[in-house]
Design a protein around this ligand. Sequence first.
Ligand code: ADP
Ligand code: MG
Length: 342
Amino acid sequence: MAIQILPARLANQIAAGEVVERPASVVKELVENSIDAGATRIDVDIEKGGSKLIRIRDNGSGIAKEELELALSRHATSKISCLDDLEAIISLGFRGEALASISSVSRLTLTSRTITQSEAWSAYAEGRDMAVQVKPAAHPVGTTVEVVDLFFNTPARRKFLRTDKTEFGHIDELLKRIALSRFDVAITLRHNGTIVRQYRAASNDAQREKRLAAICGSQFVKSAVEVSLEHQGLTLQGWICTPEGARAQNDIQHCFVNQRMMKDKLINHAIRQGYEASLRPDQFAAYVLYIDIDPHQVDVNVHPAKHEVRFHQARLVHDFIYQAVADALVQVAAEQAPVLEF
Ligand code: ADP
Ligand code: MG
């Protein structure tokens, strides 16, 4: 076959394979867009595990009418504009791929209003086979993205969807992690019209603890100690369980770097080492940890789904986390040690 440039739709569908694995990946991309737009309230509506409908509504900054069509194009982003920006990412998104990818494998409606517009506008795209249509709509300041019939035109993908319950479970887990990453954002999750989760915005310790308990269970909150440490511009905050609070599964291991959720082997390893001999091989630490680091010191452009990072000074970060965990556990042990009386 001769070499040819792929049609835009096919190129988008191939790119969609990287970021849109299942309904939960769509929810992740859309909710991250809402957070990047400064939303303080995000409503997530799901029908049939997301295969029928995924609707995300936010009260963020909105998208101007003239930019609606552009927002759906590939490599279109308002978040970076040069290589320098890429080397110090502060937003969750930056690849300009999500809306183009999602709209290439679903029937997508993007409705939005900015503060300077008196009217809202709506853009509709269906598998990107036709030109995007922009029409007037009713919507307060903010954005709603409605994704209907995900993978309707990519049967191979659709076949890999599991039961509604399983797919919804993935969405629920994802939103738990997002709710842990931003206590200041109110999030509501509905499935088939019923409210399943309601995370209220938390601005004080008591409210934060309530949200933490709602997500990780009150057992975790009871057994957790708070850590807070700063070293050479690196900060670590959050909660780790005492060795008594260790779990039989790795189900409460949440780590965020600059408010982005991570699955990072280096961090995991450092934490495990911090526990040293106090965990049996069949036990897992439970933790919710927040690392803040100069964005120049970390590369987030490693994986399309962005859940891996590369630290420029990996050793320093590793040892800092290890030390913080070890110190916190030593302190707990000292507090719990019986006082000898003579
Ligand atoms: P990226 O997030 O990488 O920039 P996306 O395809 O996810 O790429 O989004 C494209 C652009 O559309 C964003 O850069 C942003 O300007 C705009 N956008 C998307 N979702 C929203 C939203 N909920 N609120 C405001 N703007 C949005
Ligand atoms: Mg995005």
